[in-house]
Write a protein that binds this ligand. Structure first.
Ligand SMILES: Cc1cc2nc3c(=O)[nH]c(=O)nc-3n(C[C@H](O)[C@H](O)[C@H](O)COP(=O)(O)OP(=O)(O)OC[C@H]3O[C@@H](n4cnc5c(N)ncnc54)[C@H](O)[C@@H]3O)c2cc1C
Length: 426
């Protein structure tokens, strides 16, 4: 037998055609992996199902916010986590026209880590997966794509999935949809999100970083253009904000135009914009802002992007996803441990707890989209910072508010779900 065939045969033997658990989490993103870890840590038999074979995918946000670091501290993992390679941003600045505005200062946050950590999302997810696997109550099924829900007597009783070896059904007392903004689970449940909309899309790309480049991550805003630059050590992760639906037009004009615009916005990058060989080096993020009116049905709850896709303003999507996971674990661990199917009221409690922070954050994002992003994108001439932004230069105390909103968010969650001892500690 060929080595690959042997490998496949071994995996097939290990993979049950039908599995069951108390909680099946669909999606191994930030929300799903954090919830999987917290439930397994509470002693609840949990399966996380992820359609990809690994966590190594395109850039999709590398920000680990102080609130997430605080949650890792709550479960005793922060020091180990911070040993992984990362960068730390203690403040955020924006350059509007010719004026640099210090927008957010994280140093006053009431958290142990007073910074945003930048780390590839796959390293973060690998870390959560490795910690969750220490618990015998945790199973991670990679390369397993959920295609539907099992419904029985008006309840969701698990999921159907496909693997490279065939169909699989996983029965569960509770199913969690944490499968992102194109959620199959929410679609299968018949949930339709309320589309709030956004005036922009984002083109993402990388440029190399040199030793004498600025240290901090920052935004550059000028006539009709917005460029976000995130210091990732060896490279800059760049986000170029464009008017909604204009990506094809920009790409059709060729990479030369984009190179020119980047060099004008951030002149220190002019010597390396040629690293963008063609428009294929640029990835489009179609910005969506939406939320579900109802996050749950008997036996099913949606969290993270599956319940609410956030605008990229403030880079808080991961933060909210993780906060949902913590709230869900806090509220649902006890009923799951008591060997009950979590009653509808518990699922409604999770929505009630997290819906308000979602609406408030989206409200602020939509306000900024309309009053800043859309205006800047439509502006023709030179941009001047509005008076209220100039106040941030002279009144440092003002920088604490954006730091709080970005770093901790509205209604922060602390881990309160119980914990069992690890087998190694027994
Ligand atoms: C280009 C880009 C840049 C971003 N930048 C930032 C940023 O800087 N900061 C920030 O906070 N947020 C950022 N975001 C948003 C952020 O990625 C999301 O808000 C966050 O990842 C949501 O987490 P989640 O776990 O809810 O969903 P996701 O991260 O989308 O995870 C869902 C998981 O479910 C899996 N899945 C999907 N369907 C199925 C299925 N049928 N069966 C099994 N598994 C399935 C997916 O493979 C995925 O792993 C960015 C997003 C993009 C696309």
């Amino acid at each position: 037998m060929e080595p690959n065939a042997q490998e496949n045969a071994r995996e097939r033997e290990a993979l049950p055609e039908n599995a069951s658990c108390r909680c099946c989490v669909v999606g191994g993103g930030p929300a799903g992996m954090m919830l999987g870890l917290l439930l397994a840590r509470a002693g609840i038999d949990t399966i996380v199902v992820e359609k990809h074979a690994d966590f190594l995918r395109d850039f999709r946000g590398d920000t680990i916010h102080p609130s997430t670091l605080e949650a890792l501290n709550d479960i005793g993992l922060l020091d180990e986590f911070l040993k992984l390679p990362h960068q730390e941003a203690r403040e955020l600045k924006a350059r509007v026209g010719d004026v640099t505005i210090p927008l957010a200062d994280f140093s006053h946050l009431p958290t142990r880590a007073k910074f945003v950590a930048f780390m590839p999302q796959w390293d973060f997810l690998d870390f959560l997966a490795a910690k969750a696997k220490l618990y015998p109550t945790f199973r991670l099924m990679m390369s397993t794509e959920v295609i539907g829900l099992i419904e029985e007597g008006g309840r969701v009783a698990g999921v159907t999935a496909r693997t490279k070896d065939g169909a699989l059904s996983i029965r569960a007392d509770l199913t969690i949809g944490a499968d992102g903004r194109h959620s199959r689970v929410r679609q299968a449940a018949g949930f339709a999100p309320l589309d709030i909309g956004a005036p922009m899309d984002v083109l993402w790309f990388r440029l190399s970083r040199k030793a004498d480049d600025p240290l901090e991550s920052f935004g550059r805003i000028d006539a009709g253009q917005i460029l976000a630059l995130i210091n990732r050590g060896e490279h800059w992760q760049c986000g170029y904000v464009i008017a909604k639906g204009s990506a094809d037009e920009i790409k059709a004009k060729g990479i030369g135009l984009l190179r020119e615009r980047i060099a004008t916005l951030a002149p220190f990058l002019a010597d390396r914009v040629a690293e963008l060989a063609s428009v294929d080096d640029v990835k489009l993020l179609t910005v969506a802002v939406d939320r579900l009116p109802l996050w749950h049905r008997p036996g099913l709850l949606c969290i993270g992007d599956s319940a609410h896709a956030m605008s990229p303003i403030g880079g808080v999507g991961i933060n909210l996803a993780i906060q949902d996971a913590i709230a869900a674990a806090n509220i649902l661990a006890r009923p799951l441990l008591d060997q009950q199917r979590p009653p509808d009221e518990s699922l409604a409690q999770v929505q009630a707890r997290r819906e308000w922070p979602t609406k408030a954050t989206q409200g602020i994002q939509v306000f900024l989209q309309k009053n800043m992003v859309a205006r800047v994108l439509a502006a023709g001439g030179k941009i001047e910072p509005p008076w209220f932004l100039r106040l941030f230069i002279y009144l440092p105390i003002l920088r604490r508010l954006p730091a709080r909103l970005i770093g901790i968010g509205v209604r922060p969650e602390r881990v309160r779900a119980p914990a069992i001892s690890l087998p190694s500690e027994q």
